[in-house]
Design a binder for this molecule. Structure first.
Ligand code: ATP
Length: 857
């Protein structure tokens, strides 16, 4: 502990935070301390006091003499003190004493007190550990604002500089550094424990503090018990034990004081000796410099004395260190006694903890402020940069503008000069031009006369030439050449037809899905809004879709089995379907479905208007026509059912109450049945119209808006045909599915909410499942996901079960529908690649127990 503190205790006197020892050698010290006291206040040095002192600029200021290092580990290196902002600086400062400054900041006196206390600055936390006037160690924590912290820090650097300039301070500092080197430094904080630390432990302890861990750790580095708890534990002990402890501590203290006193005496003695020897040495050196006979002897003596002095100095240093150790032990003993007398230590500890908490909060705030300041600084520099750039740019622009102005001026001048010259030249040009025009007119007049005479010649030649041509033509037609040309043309047509037939046969064999594309005409609103028609038909059975603006930039051409343009009538379309219908009578399953976005004409193609029916009615009429053609030998039974798939539920559209739940079932032979679905017997083509009407009515019952509803559900008209050959006793059972799918553009659209969202999701699910099924079929995958939706499940025996399939891909020609049209055509192109395999005929001999009653009436 400090000399001063110890002596104050001894003498029973107290003189401020740093007590005097009453020793005559330190009398001056006492005075100095008194003067310090005036500005330091009762509790020790506080920044505010210094500030006040300086603000008045009258009285002397007191500052701590410190050694500090930004890196605690480099504590011994006290030379470089550069400041780089507070943020990342953990500053550990040890006070060696106090320097007294005058109003100009000059050190007038210094009072070195090595190892008196420690200061720590961590951002806005400014902590001072001092020894109060009772010689008791106390921690004072000052929470400062950012700017104050900066000032304190800067001030400390100033103090350090001043301190280092002061010879006494340097001396103290050197001994301190040496003490650190030798590992004899005792942390002030750990003096309480009376444990002298080695250098490493000291550094570790310092680092712990720098990291803001509550003050005080045990020797092994574990956190100490809070003082309060300690106090509580102590209070629970019996009073006699406390008394014993106190007595023991007093005895220890006495012993230590004695030892210290002895050490001090030894030191003073050694110092005196040393000073005497120094004086002698000086004298001898002077003598030896002066020369003479005795020079050599004197010089030898001087050397010997120098050796002695050196030895004594070392002894002195050793005793100083010894004394310091003893001081520390003494301080520790005193501390322990005091903590037994009062709960002060606990209070201090609590105080420290409290301040540390507040400090942490403030540190967080500071952090925030720092980042704001950093942002502001950055913004400022950005702005400055911008301003500089703009300045540069403006200067450049001004230079360019000036150059342009100059150029313009010279151009104007040149233009004026040229203008004047041109006026004369222009006159000449005009005169020349007029001459040329006159000449041209002359030439034209001459040409006109020639043309007139030629026309007259021709008017007489043409009748003669046409008579000649007619004669030639009749000769040619009469000749064999014309006949052979006509033959060639007919042969070509036949070839084409044959090729088509062969192709169809190939399709038939492979079982490819046939794809017919039909483009509807632009209608009403689209014409009004002058929408672009983006479809072109470059070749037969080819369609090109242009970009939405009608350009060929992203044109894509598709080839299908048949392509019908907007002018194609229902009759023309059906002509292509009709040949396939016969297969139903022969016991084949045939599925025709229409795919496309809403309003692309699916219903028009499949159902069509009453006065111009579509595929459904025409197909059934064709069935009856073919049956009739087959004559008496055949017995034909036709029945129809209409199924709707709405929101992934099956509905029977031939009954009024369609609340009955229907489920599709897959039979062992791979055919799909819907148990409970009504099948109506159809005897004539007109009957199918009635069936359609019933279905339409029942569909309308469950929907507020029929048209809207039709776009959001799939409708499937299934016609079952039983055709018996009375002679061969063969029975063919064929099925014709006619499917009008929901609008495909709903796939992926999700803006809908509530009921619409549910519908959209259901359509999405079923059509994407259809896509997956098509994909799996075209990739010839082993597993085809028919079960993923009701639609694909119902179509399983058409798409996967040796059925013939025809797909109508419907397209809108409007530019606004380009992307939907492309999607539909891409989908159809994929479908066209699907090879379902050769269709299977369902034939039984009805006399052999085949089931006849598959139709319900
Ligand atoms: N080829 C065509 N010739 C003349 N008009 C047509 C043609 N195709 C469709 N239309 C007309 O276009 C409109 C929309 O056609 P349609 O109702 O058949 O479309 P859709 O694809 O079935 O629509 P949704 O998916 O909503 O049921 C109807 O007024 C229909 O008469």
């Amino acid at each position: 502990m400090t000399e001063g503190a110890m002596m104050a205790d001894e003498g029973g006197e107290e003189s401020g935070p740093f007590a005097s020892n009453g020793n005559k050698k330190t009398e001056d010290h006492d005075e100095e301390l008194e003067s310090i006291k005036r500005v330091t206040g009762e509790d020790g040095v506080s920044y505010e006091t210094l500030e006040d002192a300086e603000a008045g600029n009258k009285i002397q200021a007191v500052c701590p003499m410190v050694v500090a290092s930004r890196e605690v580990k480099e504590k011994k290196k006290v030379i470089s003190f550069t400041t780089t902002g507070l943020k990342d600086v953990y500053l550990w400062i040890d006070i060696f004493g106090f320097a007294v400054l005058d109003s100009h900041g000059k050190v007038t006196r210094s009072v070195p007190y090595p190892m008196l206390a420690s200061w720590m600055i961590d951002n806005d936390l400014f902590q001072v550990q001092l020894v109060n006037k009772k010689g008791k160690q106390k921690v004072y924590t000052y929470l400062t604002g950012y700017h104050t912290a900066v000032k304190i820090k800067n001030r400390l650097w100033e103090y350090i500089d001043l301190y280092l300039k002061h010879p006494k301070a340097v001396e103290a500092l050197q001994s301190f550094c040496q003490a650190i080197e030798e590992g004899n430094v005792v942390s002030t904080d750990l003096l309480k424990e009376g444990i002298p630390l080695d250098k490493e432990a000291f550094i570790d302890e310092s680092l712990t503090k720098a990291k803001k861990i509550p003050l005080g750790t045990n020797k092994d580095g574990t956190p100490k018990k809070p003082a309060k708890a300690k106090a509580a534990a102590t209070s629970s002990k019996s009073p006699s034990k406390d008394t014993q402890n106190l007595a023991r501590a007093e005895a220890e203290l006495r012993t230590l004081r004695e030892a210290l006193q002895k050490a001090l005496e030894e030191r003073d003695e050694a110092k005196e000796k040393c000073e005497g020897l120094d004086a002698q040495l000086e004298l001898l050196q002077l003598e030896s410099k002066g020369g003479g006979d005795g020079g050599e002897g004197a010089s030898a003596k001087a050397k010997q004395l120098e050796e002695e002095a050196k030895q004594l100095k070392e002894d002195l240093e050793f005793s100083v260190r010894e004394r310091d150790n003893l001081s520390k032990q003494l301080e520790n003993a005193m501390e322990r006694m005091q903590s037994m007398e009062s709960g002060d230590a606990g209070n201090t500890q609590q105080e420290v903890l409290h301040y540390q908490q507040e400090a942490q909060q403030l540190a967080a705030l500071m952090e925030e402020q720092h980042s704001i300041i950093d942002d502001l600084v950055k913004a400022k520099s950005d702005l400055e940069e911008q301003v500089a750039q703009e300045k540069g740019g403006r200067q450049q622009a001004e230079a360019i503008a000036e150059a342009a102005t100059n150029e313009a001026a010279s151009a104007i001048a040149e233009a004026q000069a040229a203008g004047e010259q041109m006026q004369g030249e222009q006159m000449q040009v005009v005169a020349l031009g007029a001459g040329a025009i006159l000449e041209g007119c002359e030439g034209l007049r001459r040409d006109l006369a020639t043309v007139r005479s030629e026309a007259e010649a021709l008017s007489t030649a043409v009748p003669l030439m046409s008579a000649f041509a007619l004669r030639q033509l009749s000769d040619f037609m009469a000749s064999g050449a014309f006949a052979s040309m006509r033959d060639a043309m007919e042969r070509y047509k036949r070839e084409c037809k044959l090729r088509k037939q062969l192709y169809n046969q190939l399709i038939e064999l492979r079982g490819n899905i046939r794809v017919f594309c039909r483009v509807r005409p632009l209608f009403g609103k689209e014409i009004e809004e002058e929408e672009e028609d983006v479809t072109r038909f470059p070749e037969e059975d080819e369609i090109t879709v242009l970009a939405s603006d009608g350009s060929y930039s992203r044109a894509k051409t598709y080839e299908f089995d048949k392509v019908f343009g907007p002018d194609s009538s229902q009759t023309v379309v059906f002509q292509e379907v009709a040949p396939l219908i016969a297969s139903v009578l022969d016991g084949y399953n045939f599925c025709i479905f229409a795919y496309g976005q809403t309003g692309s004409g699916k219903t028009h193609t499949m159902e069509g208007p009453r006065d111009d029916p579509g595929v459904n009615t025409r197909a059934i009429a064709e069935l009856f026509r073919l049956a009739e053609e087959r004559g008496e030998d055949y017995e034909i039974n036709v029945s129809a059912s209409v199924l709707e798939i709405y929101n992934e539920q099956l509905r029977d559209l031939l009954v009024r109450d369609n609340s009955k739940k229907l489920e599709a079932k897959l039979a062992k032979d791979g055919s799909v049945h819907v148990p409970g679905l009504t099948a109506m017997k159809v005897g004539t083509p007109q009957d199918i119209v009635k069936v359609m009407e019933v279905a339409s009515k029942n569909r309308a019952v469950s929907a507020t808006n029929m048209n809207e509803h039709s776009s959001r559900s799939h409708a499937m008209l299934s016609v079952s045909v039983m055709c018996r050959n009375r002679i061969s006793k063969q029975e063919h059972r064929g099925k014709l599915h006619l499917v009008d799918l929901a609008g495909s553009e709903r796939v992926g659209k999700s803006e809908a909410t509530g009921a619409r969202l549910k519908e959209a999701q259901a359509i999405n699910k079923s059509l994407s499942s259809l896509g997956d099924v098509i994909q799996a079929l075209s990739a010839k995958k082993g597993h085809v996901p028919f079960r993923n939706s009701k639609l694909t499940y119902v179509l399983q025996d058409s798409l996967g079960g040796h059925s013939k399939v025809l797909m109508f891909v419907q397209a809108s020609p409007a530019g606004s529908n380009t992307s939907e049209t492309r999607c539909s055509l891409d989908f159809a192109a994929r479908a066209r690649n699907v090879e379902l395999g050769q269709a299977k005929q369902n034939t039984v001999r009805y006399g052999d127990g085949g089931d006849n009653g598959h139709a319900k009436h």
